[in-house]
Design a protein around this ligand. Sequence first.
Ligand SMILES: *Cc1c(COP(=O)(O)O)cnc(C)c1O
Ligand SMILES: [Zn+2]
Length: 401
Amino acid sequence: MKRYELRCIACGHVSPFSLRRIFCERCGDLLEVRVEASEVFNREKLLGRVNSMWRYVELLPDFRRPVTMGEGMTRLVRCERLADALGVRELYVKLEGMNPTGSFKDRGISVGVTVALEAGARRVICASTGNTSASLAAYAARAGIECVVLIPKGRIASGKLFQARLFGATICEVSGSFDDALRIVLGRAEEMGAYVLNSVNPWRLEGQKTTAFEIWEQLDGSLGINVVVPVGNAGNISAIWKGFEELRDYGLTDEVPRMIGVQSSGAAPLARMFAKGADSPEWVESPQTVASAIRIGRPINWKRAVRTVRSSGGSIYSVDDHEILEAMRLMATTEGIAAEPAGAAPIALLKSGVESGHLPRDETYVCIATGHHLKDPDPAHVSWNVPVPFEQYLERVTGRS
Ligand SMILES: *Cc1c(COP(=O)(O)O)cnc(C)c1O
Ligand SMILES: [Zn+2]
């Protein structure tokens, strides 16, 4: 048995329960799902359960049979060579690119589309920097409902746009940034009768919190670690922290990780806020970065993210685009593991953070590689390592010409 409550993240007011509600009835801020379960999983109970995030069913909204494709339970890969190269004691990378459509978004969208069906929705909508649209298009297809996505014109990585087209979404281009597209979605969804599945939707975060449960299970409960997460709209870092808090609240762990966020310096309102010690962020009007998944100037979940890093003892930092691309390549060439640029940002932060002394070397880090590297095979990223004629290579290794 579980009981749900929708509580405001700002004023704490509990709004009347509705699966369609996104904003606080009193102050208009965002809502958080509070789940009260009479029974919860433990390590023994989990043995033999389904190999997806739905194994944590006690803390997930299973109002009906879930719309699922086996999302979650992504590999947590220990990286010794990369740890040596970065100079940290221990490093794991969580490969979220292994999800069905190649990013962690599938966790939230699996729950979100399940809830949308329960709420009677036949049309779902989102604004997207790319991965949300790819994921929502796929899960809507599986559920047999209509999907509308709004994307910033000309700013979507080719692999992601291809996915949204392939899965049959209605794709609308918006001039401006992701932030403009999200504003339109929030303003127009109701009159379109569409269910909003951006990370303002509290149920999406319920799916994404399972990343924390998996790390707990995969590390045998040792959570004296740092979890490093790329931050765009700031839903994911907050969702993962919610998962760790629930593990603590249900007595499944005593220690919880420090949460560290990373933004790209061309889209870093939260990193800048922390660097300045300010109380609220200054928005970035035209965010720029090669990491299109985190090209966001007004992170809508900023309050949740601030609470996350403050209560976990972490912070949010920024890295430059060239550091992101270098990290992408370093990870790939030392470990054979890759991610799209946003997913490599945590590695870039580890490198600059231990060099500058912001991050201690003698600790364990879990980096969330949020999206698959083939999402964004832009030739501009891969001007490195150009193919050569075989004869030229042979001359080099044999010394003959
Ligand atoms: C969506 C996304 C992010 C950012 O997540 P937020 O919840 O918006 O902070 C980071 N990386 C990838 C690959 C993404 O798709
Ligand atoms: Zn409120």
